[in-house]
Design a protein around this ligand. Structure first.
Ligand SMILES: Cc1ncc(COP(=O)(O)O)c(C=O)c1O
Length: 390
């Protein structure tokens, strides 16, 4: 019996090493990894640049308290603010902490500007913002919250894409709308650009802040640094994590100067968030992702991936009901049990991850090659073939 608390329905497989888009199990069998630690290993496994950085940094300095200035933290924050909408960055260790920090920042902003009644956050059904107690009740997924009450108050939830319900839910106590630009765990559901624009207008009109959770879909996943960029809107607060650490636990909250006013020494903090080791890795990830042409290449390869997935859908229209997502955050909505599909695909040595609505999520590393996409399509095809005969 395992001594690890049984909070995961794990597959009975373990890996001993990884390189690029591949993982090797304990027997040395090679698997094509389209899970990437659930959109975490942005540069694949053991990327040379990150290996070098972590080796060098581990011999210099791992951790100092945030009581001191951390030069690499300043550097990463500067790069993130130079490259994005944000004026400030606040470093965390995970996605959940980053969404929680976003909620705190939004509430504190209204408190600071003399509107302390504005505390409530509107969220959407099917959302996932993390497993800490407030993030849990923010998303309010019945499967996740059961038994963890009392309910954390302060969140008002509406159905995804229900514009009328959203407008009705706004009261003079509403501080912000918090939404994933692309719902990940919910089944790779994208907010169309016109809706993002509508959300921004609504927020401006009603004096609300817009928090776009890009923990899963950000950091180059869509071929843009942020998934919302294509819409042309500017959010107020954006929590990130996953890809920015490339596999090292790292999260952050990006925000504008306007909403930063309430956050002063003592307002928020973290023992580990932004420590030198994490910051070295985060800077290393940006060294690659912000290289000229890197994101263009993500766009190019994902166009090819998308075309191949659409071809697959045409070949197996009874099993693939929908191709969802953008860039290298893709989902296939299946008519068959997604868990059974994942098991079958594993026989062909490929790994993908489930989402709600019988979706399988495909998260190749951002460095995936055309050859690896072809290999993936081939393995998917074999699995669809096998399943269609059952
Ligand atoms: C959109 C989104 N927000 C927040 C989180 C929570 O991140 P973490 O598991 O790092 O706490 C996740 C994790 O999957 C996520 O997808």
């Amino acid at each position: 019996m395992s001594s690890v608390l049984g909070t995961y329905a794990r597959k009975n497989i373990s890996f001993s090493k990884g390189k690029g888009c591949y993982l090797y199990d304990l027997k040395g069998e090679k698997y094509l990894d389209f899970v990437s630690g659930i959109a975490v290993n942005a540069l694949g496994h053991c990327h040379e640049h990150l290996v070098k950085i972590i080796q060098e940094q581990s011999q210099k300095l791992w951790h100092v308290s945030n009581a001191f200035v951390i030069p690499d933290q300043e550097k990463l924050a500067k790069r993130l603010t130079d490259y994005t909408f944000a004026d400030f960055v606040c470093f965390q260790n995970s996605g959940s902490e980053s969404t929680e920090a976003s909620i705190k920042i939004a509430r504190k902003y209204f408190h600071e500007i003399g509107q302390p009644n504005k505390k409530r956050i509107i969220t959407f059904k099917g959302a996932f913002h993390g497993r800490t107690i407030a993030a849990l009740f923010a998303a309010n997924n019945p499967k996740h919250v059961e038994g963890f009450g009392p309910k954390v108050d302060g969140f008002d939830q509406v159905s995804f894409a229900d514009h009328e319900a959203l407008k009705k839910a706004i009261t003079n106590e509403t501080a912000a709308i918090m939404v994933e630009t692309i719902q990940g765990e919910g089944g790779i559901k994208e907010i169309p650009d016109y809706c993002l624009k509508g959300l921004r207008e609504l927020c401006d009109d009603k004096n609300l802040l817009l928090i776009l959770d890009e923990v899963q879909c950000g950091i180059g996943r869509t071929g843009d640094f942020f998934a919302f960029e294509k819409s042309g809107i500017v959010p107020d607060i954006v929590p990130i994590a996953k890809g920015i650490g490339g596999g090292f636990p790292l999260g952050a909250c990006l925000l504008t100067k306007k909403v930063s006013v309430g956050m002063k020494p003592g307002s928020h903090g973290s023992t580990f968030g932004g420590n030198p080791l994490a910051m070295a890795v985060g800077n290393g990830v940006l060294d690659i992702i912000l290289q000229n042409g890197f994101l263009d290449n993500v766009k190019k390869i994902s166009k090819y991936f998308d075309e191949e997935l659409i071809n697959l859908k045409e070949k197996y229209p009874k099993i693939i009901l929908e191709v969802r997502g953008r860039g290298l955050i893709k989902g296939l909505k299946l008519s068959v049990d997604n868990l059974k599909f994942i098991e079958t695909l594993m026989k062909y040595k490929m790994l993908v991850v489930k989402a709600e609505e019988q979706v399988i999520r495909l998260f190749p590393a951002l460095i995936v090659s055309k050859k690896e996409i072809d290999e993936a399509i081939n393995k998917l095809k074999k699995t669809f073939e096998e399943i269609s005969k059952q």
